[in-house]
Design a protein around this ligand. Sequence first.
Ligand code: VGL
Ligand code: ZN
Length: 205
Amino acid sequence: MKRKALILVDIQNDFIPGGALAVEKGDEVVAVANSIMEKFDIVVASQDYHPKNHLSFASQHEGKNIGDVIDLKGLPQNLWPDHCIENTKGSEFVKGLDVSKINEVFQKGMDREIDSYSAFFDNGRKKATGLSTYLGKRMIDEVYVMGLATDYCVKFTALDSLHLGFNTKVIKEGIRAVELEAGDSEKAIKDMENPGIEMVSIDDL
Ligand code: VGL
Ligand code: ZN
Protein backbone atom coordinates (compact mmCIF):
# COMPACT_ATOMS: atom_id res chain seq x y z
CA MET A 1 0.00 0.00 0.00
CA LYS A 2 1.21 3.47 -0.86
CA ARG A 3 1.54 5.75 2.13
CA LYS A 4 -0.47 8.91 1.62
CA ALA A 5 -0.26 12.33 3.23
CA LEU A 6 -2.76 15.16 2.96
CA ILE A 7 -1.57 18.76 3.22
CA LEU A 8 -4.27 21.25 4.22
CA VAL A 9 -2.99 24.61 3.04
CA ASP A 10 -3.87 27.75 4.99
CA ILE A 11 -7.51 27.00 5.90
CA GLN A 12 -7.59 30.11 8.08
CA ASN A 13 -10.16 32.78 8.92
CA ASP A 14 -8.46 35.55 6.94
CA PHE A 15 -8.79 33.54 3.72
CA ILE A 16 -12.54 32.95 3.91
CA PRO A 17 -15.39 35.41 3.27
CA GLY A 18 -15.27 38.09 5.97
CA GLY A 19 -11.50 37.71 6.37
CA ALA A 20 -8.75 40.19 5.55
CA LEU A 21 -7.67 38.42 2.36
CA ALA A 22 -10.93 36.71 1.57
CA VAL A 23 -11.01 34.03 -1.09
CA GLU A 24 -14.41 33.67 -2.72
CA LYS A 25 -16.13 30.52 -1.40
CA GLY A 26 -12.97 29.71 0.57
CA ASP A 27 -15.13 28.41 3.42
CA GLU A 28 -16.37 25.59 1.18
CA VAL A 29 -13.07 23.71 1.46
CA VAL A 30 -13.70 22.97 5.14
CA ALA A 31 -16.36 20.31 4.45
CA VAL A 32 -14.17 18.78 1.76
CA ALA A 33 -11.23 18.51 4.17
CA ASN A 34 -13.39 17.00 6.92
CA SER A 35 -14.82 14.40 4.56
CA ILE A 36 -11.46 13.04 3.36
CA MET A 37 -8.99 13.31 6.26
CA GLU A 38 -9.64 9.75 7.46
CA LYS A 39 -8.42 8.36 4.12
CA PHE A 40 -4.82 9.43 4.76
CA ASP A 41 -1.98 7.97 6.83
CA ILE A 42 -0.87 11.47 7.81
CA VAL A 43 -2.68 14.82 7.76
CA VAL A 44 -0.70 18.03 8.14
CA ALA A 45 -1.82 21.64 7.94
CA SER A 46 0.07 24.78 7.03
CA GLN A 47 -0.68 28.07 8.74
CA ASP A 48 0.26 31.45 7.27
CA TYR A 49 1.57 33.21 10.38
CA HIS A 50 2.95 36.72 10.12
CA PRO A 51 4.28 39.31 12.57
CA LYS A 52 2.09 42.42 12.46
CA ASN A 53 4.77 44.37 10.57
CA HIS A 54 5.39 41.74 7.89
CA LEU A 55 6.90 43.20 4.72
CA SER A 56 4.35 41.49 2.46
CA PHE A 57 1.79 43.94 3.86
CA ALA A 58 1.15 47.06 1.76
CA SER A 59 0.71 48.95 5.05
CA GLN A 60 4.47 48.66 5.68
CA HIS A 61 5.45 50.52 2.51
CA GLU A 62 4.79 54.22 2.29
CA GLY A 63 2.96 55.17 -0.89
CA LYS A 64 2.33 51.56 -1.93
CA ASN A 65 -1.04 49.91 -2.40
CA ILE A 66 -2.47 46.42 -2.07
CA GLY A 67 -1.78 44.62 -5.35
CA ASP A 68 1.44 46.51 -6.11
CA VAL A 69 4.55 44.42 -6.72
CA ILE A 70 7.81 45.50 -5.10
CA ASP A 71 11.33 44.11 -4.84
CA LEU A 72 11.80 42.51 -1.43
CA LYS A 73 15.39 41.40 -0.79
CA GLY A 74 15.80 40.61 -4.47
CA LEU A 75 12.49 38.81 -4.96
CA PRO A 76 9.32 40.19 -6.55
CA GLN A 77 6.73 40.59 -3.79
CA ASN A 78 3.00 41.08 -4.19
CA LEU A 79 1.68 43.46 -1.56
CA TRP A 80 -1.27 42.16 0.44
CA PRO A 81 -3.66 43.53 3.02
CA ASP A 82 -2.53 42.82 6.61
CA HIS A 83 -3.51 39.17 7.12
CA CYS A 84 -2.87 36.09 9.26
CA ILE A 85 -1.21 38.03 12.04
CA GLU A 86 0.18 35.87 14.85
CA ASN A 87 -2.11 35.39 17.85
CA THR A 88 -5.17 36.90 16.16
CA LYS A 89 -8.49 35.44 15.06
CA GLY A 90 -7.50 35.88 11.42
CA SER A 91 -4.65 33.40 11.63
CA GLU A 92 -6.69 30.72 13.40
CA PHE A 93 -7.99 27.70 11.53
CA VAL A 94 -11.56 28.10 10.31
CA LYS A 95 -14.14 27.01 12.85
CA GLY A 96 -15.57 23.67 11.83
CA LEU A 97 -12.31 22.28 10.47
CA ASP A 98 -11.77 19.00 12.30
CA VAL A 99 -8.38 19.85 13.80
CA SER A 100 -8.42 16.67 15.89
CA LYS A 101 -7.43 14.76 12.73
CA ILE A 102 -4.42 17.00 12.00
CA ASN A 103 -1.18 15.27 13.01
CA GLU A 104 1.10 18.31 12.77
CA VAL A 105 0.91 22.02 11.94
CA PHE A 106 3.65 23.83 10.00
CA GLN A 107 3.72 27.60 10.28
CA LYS A 108 5.26 29.86 7.65
CA GLY A 109 5.82 33.55 6.97
CA MET A 110 7.15 34.36 10.46
CA ASP A 111 10.27 36.12 9.19
CA ARG A 112 9.34 39.76 8.62
CA GLU A 113 11.61 40.09 5.60
CA ILE A 114 10.58 37.12 3.51
CA ASP A 115 7.24 35.76 2.39
CA SER A 116 6.46 32.08 2.28
CA TYR A 117 3.77 30.75 -0.02
CA SER A 118 4.89 27.13 0.08
CA ALA A 119 4.33 24.97 3.14
CA PHE A 120 7.83 23.52 2.54
CA PHE A 121 10.15 26.53 2.08
CA ASP A 122 10.17 30.32 2.19
CA ASN A 123 10.01 32.10 -1.18
CA GLY A 124 13.80 32.36 -1.43
CA ARG A 125 14.07 28.63 -0.58
CA LYS A 126 16.52 29.60 2.16
CA LYS A 127 14.70 28.03 5.08
CA ALA A 128 12.72 24.81 5.30
CA THR A 129 9.64 24.54 7.51
CA GLY A 130 10.45 20.94 8.44
CA LEU A 131 7.56 19.49 6.44
CA SER A 132 9.78 17.68 3.95
CA THR A 133 11.75 15.93 6.70
CA TYR A 134 8.50 15.12 8.51
CA LEU A 135 6.99 13.41 5.46
CA GLY A 136 10.25 11.67 4.57
CA LYS A 137 10.57 10.16 8.06
CA ARG A 138 7.06 8.78 7.79
CA MET A 139 7.82 7.03 4.48
CA ILE A 140 5.20 8.99 2.55
CA ASP A 141 4.92 8.09 -1.17
CA GLU A 142 2.01 10.26 -2.24
CA VAL A 143 1.22 13.82 -1.26
CA TYR A 144 -2.26 15.26 -1.77
CA VAL A 145 -2.70 19.02 -1.52
CA MET A 146 -5.83 21.11 -0.99
CA GLY A 147 -6.81 24.42 0.62
CA LEU A 148 -6.27 28.12 0.03
CA ALA A 149 -5.40 29.68 -2.24
CA THR A 150 -5.09 27.83 -5.58
CA ASP A 151 -3.04 30.57 -7.25
CA TYR A 152 -0.58 31.13 -4.38
CA CYS A 153 0.00 28.81 -1.48
CA VAL A 154 -1.61 25.68 -2.94
CA LYS A 155 0.35 26.06 -6.17
CA PHE A 156 3.74 26.66 -4.55
CA THR A 157 3.21 23.90 -2.00
CA ALA A 158 2.30 21.38 -4.70
CA LEU A 159 5.24 22.42 -6.92
CA ASP A 160 7.73 22.09 -4.05
CA SER A 161 6.26 18.70 -3.14
CA LEU A 162 6.76 17.49 -6.72
CA HIS A 163 10.30 18.86 -6.88
CA LEU A 164 11.15 17.15 -3.60
CA GLY A 165 10.27 13.88 -5.29
CA PHE A 166 6.82 13.15 -3.90
CA ASN A 167 4.17 11.86 -6.25
CA THR A 168 1.89 14.90 -5.95
CA LYS A 169 -1.84 15.34 -6.53
CA VAL A 170 -4.19 18.26 -5.97
CA ILE A 171 -7.78 17.71 -4.89
CA LYS A 172 -9.90 19.76 -7.26
CA GLU A 173 -13.00 20.18 -5.10
CA GLY A 174 -10.80 21.35 -2.23
CA ILE A 175 -9.21 24.47 -3.72
CA ARG A 176 -10.35 28.08 -4.26
CA ALA A 177 -8.40 30.96 -5.82
CA VAL A 178 -7.69 34.60 -4.96
CA GLU A 179 -7.95 35.55 -8.66
CA LEU A 180 -6.34 38.99 -8.46
CA GLU A 181 -6.80 38.77 -12.21
CA ALA A 182 -9.45 36.75 -14.02
CA GLY A 183 -7.93 33.50 -15.23
CA ASP A 184 -5.35 33.18 -12.44
CA SER A 185 -7.02 30.03 -11.15
CA GLU A 186 -6.91 28.27 -14.52
CA LYS A 187 -3.34 29.42 -15.08
CA ALA A 188 -2.29 28.07 -11.68
CA ILE A 189 -3.86 24.70 -12.49
CA LYS A 190 -1.89 24.55 -15.77
CA ASP A 191 1.31 25.55 -13.92
CA MET A 192 0.76 22.56 -11.64
CA GLU A 193 -0.29 20.08 -14.34
CA ASN A 194 2.52 20.87 -16.77
CA PRO A 195 5.39 19.55 -14.62
CA GLY A 196 3.37 16.47 -13.63
CA ILE A 197 0.99 17.21 -10.78
CA GLU A 198 -2.29 15.35 -11.18
CA MET A 199 -5.65 16.96 -10.46
CA VAL A 200 -7.86 14.40 -8.75
CA SER A 201 -11.42 14.27 -7.45
CA ILE A 202 -12.51 13.26 -3.95
CA ASP A 203 -14.35 10.38 -5.68
CA ASP A 204 -10.97 8.94 -6.77
CA LEU A 205 -9.60 8.67 -3.23
C1 VGL B 1 -1.53 33.39 0.72
C2 VGL B 1 -1.17 35.48 -0.12
C3 VGL B 1 -0.45 35.84 1.01
C4 VGL B 1 -2.14 32.03 0.53
C5 VGL B 1 -0.80 33.72 1.85
O1 VGL B 1 -2.35 31.32 1.54
O2 VGL B 1 -2.43 31.65 -0.63
N1 VGL B 1 -1.70 34.27 -0.26
N2 VGL B 1 -0.27 34.95 1.98
ZN1 ZN C 1 0.61 35.62 3.87
